[in-house]
Design a protein around this ligand. Structure first.
Ligand SMILES: [Zn+2]
Ligand SMILES: [Zn+2]
Length: 397
C-alpha cells in the first residue's frame, strides 16, 4: 500500500479518538500559561502512544520526539497551541465548556488533538521514514509574550534543531475539506500603543488660559495616520488603529489629560521599528509644540509571520497531491497576529489553514466568538495531512 493510502487509513481509524480528545479539551479549557491539566492530558496521551514526552517546557509546554530510521538525519517540527480564551461559551453542545468563562474559541483544542492524532500516525509509520519528528505542544498563544517565545528561549528549536516548523490553524471562513496556504508575509506584527497627553484643564470658556489635551490628542491621531500613508512603503501592509480615546471632561470642562490606546500592525520588522520611532517623535513633537507633554509607551507584541516561500510552495504541492487541487486554496494576507511568528523568524516555517466551516450545518462563527465551533470532519483531515506533509518533507533530505 502506498504511504498516502496508509496515512489516510490511519487518520480514518483514529478519527473517533481524535474527536474524543478534542471534545475532552473543549469541555476542559484553560487560559494562557495555566494549561496544567491540558499538559498532563497531552503528556499521558503521548505516553500511551509509546513516546517519552518532556514536560514543563515554558512551564506548561510538552515536547516529544518520534524517531524514524536514521533519526539524526533531519528533524521536522510540528506545533500545536493549547490555550483557551476568557469567553463564555454560548454553544449548546454536549462538549460545552464546564470551566465557566473560559472557552476554546480559537480552535486550539483542535490543533492539540490533531497533533496527538498526527503523533499516533507517525509513530505507527516510523519505519517508513528517515529522520525525526519533533512534536511541540506550546502554551499561551493568546497572551503576550506568547508561549512560543518562551519555548524558543528554553531551547525548543535546539537539540535536535528542526530544519523546518509546520503549524496549522482552524479557519472558520474556509469550508471543511479545504486547506489554505500563503507564501511569504502572511500575518502581522502586533504592538500596543499607550499614549497619555498631559495639558492643563479648566473652564471650556477660557481656552486661552489652558493647554487643551483634547485638541492635542486629536492632532496626534490624525498625524500618526499620516505616518502610515506617507512614510510606509506602499508595498508594506500596515494598520494603525486607535480603539480608546479617553477625555474625561464635560461640555464645558476641559480635562487635564487624555489617554489614547491603539494597535500598530505590519509585516516588515525594519519598518516596524522605524514606524514606531516616527510615531513617538511625531506624538511628542506635536504635543510639545502645543504646550503639552506626551508619554508614549509601546508594549511589543509578536513579530510578523513569514511563511518560507520554497517550503510553503512544497507543502502546498504536497497538499494538492494528498487532497486534490480543488481542495487547496490561496489565502489572503491577514493583519491579525499569531505567535507561531516567533518560530518563523528563526527557522523555515509554514503556517497553513485547516478549513472547519460547514454552512449547511450552521457552523459559521468566527474565532474568538462565543459560538465558534468546527465541523469535526476536519479532525480526520488535519492529522492525516500533517503526517503526510511531515513525511514528504523528511523524504526531501
Ligand atoms: Zn486566537
Ligand atoms: Zn489561535
Amino acid at each position: 500500500m502506498s504511504i498516502d493510502s496508509k496515512i489516510k487509513q490511519l487518520a480514518k481509524e483514529y478519527a473517533s479518538e481524535t474527536i474524543a480528545n478534542r471534545r475532552y479539551l473543549h469541555t476542559n479549557p484553560e487560559l494562557s500559561f495555566q494549561e496544567y491539566n491540558t499538559a498532563r492530558f497531552v503528556a499521558q496521551k503521548l505516553k500511551d502512544i509509546g513516546l517519552t514526552p518532556q514536560e514543563g517546557v515554558a512551564d506548561t509546554g510538552v515536547v516529544a520526539i518520534i524517531e524514524g530510521k536514521n533519526p539524526e538525519s533531519k528533524v521536522i517540527g510540528l506545533r500545536a497551541d493549547m490555550d483557551a480564551l476568557p469567553i463564555f461559551e454560548k454553544n449548546d453542545v454536549p462538549y460545552k465548556s464546564i470551566n465557566e468563562g473560559v472557552m476554546h474559541a480559537c480552535g486550539h483544542d483542535v490543533h492539540t488533538s490533531s497533533l496527538l492524532g498526527t503523533a499516533k500516525i507517525l509513530h505507527q509509520l516510523r519505519d517508513e521514514f528517515e529522520g525525526s519528528i519533533k512534536l511541540v505542544f506550546q502554551p499561551a498563544e493568546e497572551k503576550a509574550p506568547g508561549g512560543a517565545s518562551i519555548m524558543i528561549k528554553e531551547g525548543v528549536l535546539e537539540n535536535p534543531a528542526p530544519a523546518s516548523m509546520l503549524g496549522q490553524h482552524v479557519a472558520p471562513n474556509v469550508p471543511v475539506g479545504k486547506i489554505g496556504f500563503r507564501e511569504g508575509m502572511y500575518m502581522a506584527s502586533t504592538d500596543e500603543l499607550y499614549l497619555t497627553i498631559k495639558g492643563k484643564g479648566g473652564h471650556g470658556a477660557m481656552p486661552d488660559q489652558l493647554i487643551d489635551p483634547v485638541l492635542i490628542a486629536s492632532h496626534v491621531i490624525v498625524s500618526l495616520q499620516q505616518i502610515i500613508s506617507r512614510n510606509r512603503k506602499p508595498a508594506n501592509p500596515s494598520v494603525l488603529s486607535f480603539g480608546r480615546f479617553i477625555a474625561d471632561g464635560v461640555t464645558n470642562v476641559i480635562p487635564n489629560e487624555v489617554t489614547i490606546q491603539g494597535t500598530f500592525r505590519c509585516m516588515d520588522e525594519e519598518w516596524r521599528e522605524d514606524g514606531l520611532r516616527r510615531m513617538k517623535k511625531m506624538a511628542e513633537g506635536i504635543t510639545e509644540a502645543m504646550g503639552g507633554v506626551c508619554d508614549f509607551e509601546v508594549v511589543k507584541g509578536y513579530p510578523f509571520l513569514k511563511n518560507h516561500p520554497e517550503l510553503t510552495r512544497r507543502m502546498k504541492n504536497e497538499a494538492i497531491a494528498y487532497m486534490g487541487a480543488e481542495n487547496v486554496i490561496d489565502l489572503d494576507l491577514w493583519m491579525a497576529g499569531e505567535d507561531f511568528a516567533f518560530y518563523s523568524q528563526v527557522v523555515d516555517s509554514c503556517f497553513y489553514r485547516l478549513g472547519t466551516r460547514n454552512e449547511a450545518r450552521g457552523i459559521i462563527s468566527g474565532v474568538h466568538t462565543p459560538t465558534f465551533d468546527i465541523d469535526e470532519t476536519a479532525l480526520e483531515i488535519g492529522p492525516g495531512l500533517m503526517s503526510w506533509l511531515a513525511i514528504r518533507e523528511l523524504v526531501k533530505q
